[in-house]
Ligand binder design. Structure first.
Ligand SMILES: C[S@@+](CC[C@H](N)C(=O)[O-])C[C@H]1O[C@@H](n2cnc3c(N)ncnc32)[C@H](O)[C@@H]1O
Length: 280
């Protein structure tokens, strides 16, 4: 990916921050099984220094911040300033005071070597242009014996909540099929490759698992509204369509979401995340 494409990705995340802030509570609640797995495997202790990378609104790290009290500090990081601002606001609301905020890129973790006891990254590494460099960087900033835990999305077939809106756009000719090898949601969905990448970065005792965390929505409308808040790729195409075309997209999504419709009109989609833990 060229530098200008990286810049475009960053700008997209800057624009996504408001929607992610609005949906932070929902994302935190529906993702709890994944966060619980990550926190369990970090084996946090009071007094530790913990780094969260690509933190977005920051909720997983904020749970870690509670577990390292007293004396411990969380570094909450993201490359998008607007996302860090959302995280600052969430920390204020939640009364989290043992946290520092830092703008950090996954590919260039500007922290001293062996400076943190634990690091975590939920749904960030697969977005990077260079996952091997990210994982090497994570190991570098961990002290020897420190713990690392990450989540990346499992295969697209296991995550119809995420693929349905994009599929509707593709089927109606409004978008191209995504390149499966490009950085993106499903770029690290192969558990063997994830394990190999962690081992190649020098991590020991690598464990990879899959955690289910279904996504529920009270109606089709609520599902589409949430997608518009969280998915810039979908929103950018959708907002450029005419009213008539948007109505067709909504109908197409309704058809594709049929198998996940409950009798009361709500939607319940399966969702699965790969999770991994390792020692530095
Ligand atoms: C899918 S969101 C996940 C946010 C949060 N970790 C969560 O689980 O809710 C991805 C986050 O990664 C950040 N991000 C994407 N690429 C990044 C990079 N190269 N360096 C640092 N942050 C990045 C985005 O700004 C965004 O906040």
């Amino acid at each position: 990916m060229e530098g200008s494409e990286q810049q475009e990705m960053l700008e997209r995340w800057e624009r996504a921050a408001a929607g992610w802030g609005k949906r932070a509570e929902r994302v935190r609640d529906s993702s709890m099984p994944v966060s619980a797995w990550l926190l369990d495997h970090l084996e946090l202790q009071p007094g530790q220094q913990v780094l969260e990378l690509a933190a977005g609104p920051g909720d997983t790290g904020f749970m870690a911040a509670e577990l390292i009290k007293p004396g411990g500090t969380l570094i909450c990081s993201d490359w998008a300033e607007a996302m860090l601002e959302v995280a600052r606001e969430r920390a204020r609301e939640l009364g989290i005071d043992n946290v520092e905020f830092k703008r950090l890129e996954l590919e260039w973790i500007d922290l001293p070597t062996a400076s943190v006891d634990a690091a975590l990254c939920r749904w960030g590494v697969m977005l990077s242009v260079d996952p091997p460099a990210v994982l090497q960087g994570c190991r570098r900033v961990l002290r020897p014996g420190g713990h690392f835990a990450l989540a990346v999305w499992d295969r697209p077939e296991r995550n119809p909540w995420a693929t349905t809106p994009g599929r509707a756009l593709i089927e109606l000719g409004h978008a191209e099929r995504p390149d499966p090898d490009a950085p993106g949601m499903f770029a690290l969905a192969d558990p063997s490759r994830l394990k190999e990448l962690l081992e190649a970065a020098g991590f020991a005792e690598v464990v990879v698992d899959s955690v289910e965390a279904p996504r529920t929505h009270e109606s089709l409308n609520a599902y589409i509204e949430e997608t518009l808040d969280l998915s810039r790729p979908f929103t950018e195409v959708y907002e450029a369509l005419s009213d008539e075309e948007q109505a067709e997209v909504r109908l197409q999504i309704e058809g594709l979401a049929g198998p996940f419709l409950e009798v009361d009109g709500s939607l319940r989609f399966p969702a699965a995340s790969l999770v991994a833990a390792a020692g530095a």
